[in-house]
Design a binder for this molecule. Structure first.
Ligand code: RIB
Length: 319
């Protein structure tokens, strides 16, 4: 039954342009790059592609410019099996573009031109877009869109996850707590947890957040250190797998997609974290935000590391 589940992701679709280098030039200075590449990006769009690769139905709602990059990005998502029917094209703005500066250790710094992504409005989030979906993932920081999507999805009895990133965290908990009130899963990284929870210690920060917000699960991703889950007054932790990072762009999106998949498959909390860590660990060994693994790759990876039981369980539930 679960392989028929469709996940809708709402948010940005960008063209990502990557430059691998070991420094940042000062004014009037130039430095060499080791490598350059480009491809589809945008947290919500990356999530949609990752969901399709994990074997679930995938639908995306976002907005691009009426330009060649917008068309190219839509075709790329279609080729991954994502339902792109609801993507909006606006003529007053260029397709969103992000320059990603990738360090030799795989770390990333991003310079974002939001552009046509702002063409998405709360009016675009309709019952038609959500119809036939089991889970709605909202990966942007615009509170007016999160609120509408959450309200409609909840009125239809669906699961909702939010990954608002730094733009949402910067709004502060007093505003954000009402926006995410009642969602099933709230994803954030340790930087965002510290920002929202007002503590340099991310565990204490996350505890401050869950004491003030009504969400079923708060998931804090810690990069190479794994991830934490706060649920029902308990904290669960799963370490990341040891890999050699090439490019960490999109690792959080691959993690969130695998975590949502594992939630739909009704895995145990720790298994959800392990499965999501496996997907994110594979992603960081590859270039670009759209290099999340296919389900068979995650299964092989888990089996090779002694998680054969979990691998069998995932495969059994996906049937
Ligand atoms: O989460 C990674 C994404 O953030 C990149 O693909 C980039 O487009 C930015 O939106």
């Amino acid at each position: 039954m679960n392989n028929r589940a469709v996940v809708l992701s709402i948010g940005n679709l960008n063209l990502d342009i990557y430059i691998k280098t070991d420094g940042i030039p000062r004014p009037d200075e130039s430095i060499d790059a080791y490598e350059t590449y480009m491809g589809g990006g945008g947290s919500a769009a990356n999530f949609s592609v990752a969901i399709a690769r994990l074997g679930l139905g995938s639908r995306f709602l976002g907005s691009v410019g009426n330009d060649q990059f917008g068309e190219m990005l839509i075709r790329e998502m279609e080729s991954e099996g994502v339902d792109t029917r609801f993507i909006k094209r606006v003529s007053h703005e260029r397709t969103g573009t992000v320059i990603v500066i990738v360090g030799l250790d795989g770390s990333k710094r991003m310079i974002r031109y939001t552009g046509a992504n702002l063409g998405l409005t709360p009016d675009d989030v309709t019952k038609d877009v959500i119809d036939g979906v089991s889970h709605v993932h909202i990966a942007l920081g615009r509170t007016e869109i999160i609120e509408v999507a959450k309200r409609i999805a909840k009125s239809m009895g669906l699961m909702v996850s939010v990954d608002g990133g730094t733009p949402l965290a910067r709004k502060g908990l007093d505003i954000v707590k009402d926006v995410v009130d009642g969602v099933d899963i709230w994803f954030m990284n340790s930087f965002e947890a510290r920002e929202l929870g007002h503590s340099e210690n991310f565990v204490r920060a996350a505890e401050n957040i869950v004491s003030r917000v009504r969400v079923k699960e708060l998931v804090v991703t810690l990069g190479a250190r794994g991830a934490l889950l706060f649920r029902d007054g308990e904290v669960k932790y799963s370490d990341a797998f040891r890999v050699s990072p090439v490019d960490t762009t999109g690792a959080g999106d691959a993690f969130a997609a695998a975590y949502v998949t594992a939630t739909i498959l009704d895995l145990d909390p720790i298994d959800k974290l392990v499965f999501a860590n496996a997907a994110a660990s594979l992603k960081v060994t590859r270039r670009g935000a759209r290099s999340s693994p296919k389900i068979g790759e995650v299964i092989d990876f888990l089996e090779s590391l002694g998680y054969a039981k979990l691998a069998r369980e995932v495969l059994g539930r996906l049937k």
